[in-house]
Design a protein. Structure first.
Length: 280
């Protein structure tokens, strides 16, 4: 198995949104805000090459919206999922599977695009697309809180492709990857637990978007059910500390991976490193 972090977007988010009820006097020690209170984040996807499959976890924002939509996110020009894959020696047509943790626009937008005639099409033309059935149904009829994150134009080409697979809870379509459902950030978020060379590597997506989100109360303001998020995170972190899991952060622009350890004050970050630093 080979694992490749793939940067889909470098962009900015309001610090208050990123850390919820945590005061700026605390989070600003770790993330420097610009005059607009925005902090630098990323969308880090993951490419898994295993047993003849090339599995991409999430895809990023994409570019089919108008410029105003991207301007307010202060997105860095020239950074995209396709450019990053190309730098690694892969093309869109190489991808056999796209696994969505969930269908929020910053995770699923780049899986579709507008062709020369203005038609919506799938970017990864040979890929099968996987998402939880719960999240798919949630995205089709977004609630008022998530209406600005779930968009029909991200869903329609997937549905029309004939290669969309809706996973029931507990269904496991991949070797060496166990999928678990988390419901605090949004309903039906899938978190991959990857077995590689005797290690468990967890792509934590929006369960723990960044290193500074590890403390139980330090959750994003955009979670739809913060109390569920806290319970899920607490249980997961205890398991991660006990079993020495490696966590891959999706949105941390500064820290790619870490381990966690139990302390008298709860589970805290231990070692931080890059994925390439470990034996896979």
């Amino acid at each position: 198995m080979e694992l490749y972090p793939v940067i889909a977007d470098n962009w900015k988010m309001d610090g208050g949104v990123a850390f919820g009820v945590v005061p700026k006097s605390l989070w600003s020690r770790h993330h420097i805000a610009d005059p607009n209170n925005m902090i630098q984040i990323t969308t880090r996807c993951l490419l898994i090459v295993d047993n003849g499959r090339k599995i991409l976890i999430d895809a990023g924002l994409g570019d089919k919206r108008d410029e105003k939509y991207y301007d307010v996110r202060f997105r860095e020009e020239g950074v995209s999922i396709l450019n990053s894959l190309q730098q690694l020696g892969f093309t869109a047509s190489d991808i056999t599977d796209v696994l969505f943790t969930h269908l929020h626009d910053d995770h699923a937008g780049a899986a579709t695009r507008l062709d020369e005639d203005g038609n919506l099409v799938c970017v990864f033309e040979n890929a099968h697309y996987w998402v939880s059935e719960i999240n798919w149904e949630w995205a089709l009829k977004p609630n008022r809180r998530e209406r600005a994150a779930y968009f029909a134009h991200n869903l329609e080409p997937l549905q029309q492709s004939g290669r969309l697979h809706l996973l029931k809870e507990g269904e496991q379509p991949f070797e060496n990857i166990s999928l678990r459902t988390f419901n605090g950030h949004t309903r039906g978020q899938l978190i991959p637990f990857i077995q590689s060379n005797g290690k468990t590597i967890v792509f934590v997506a929006d369960v723990i978007p960044m290193l500074f989100n590890i403390p139980i109360a330090y959750g994003p303001a955009v979670d739809i059910d913060p109390l569920v998020s806290m319970d899920e995170k607490e249980q997961f972190l205890a398991e991660a500390a006990e079993n020495k899991y490696i966590l891959i952060f999706q949105h941390d622009a500064h820290t790619e991976c870490c381990t966690v350890t139990k302390t008298e004050k709860g589970v805290k970050a231990d070692q931080t490193f890059y994925l390439q630093d470990i034996k896979q």
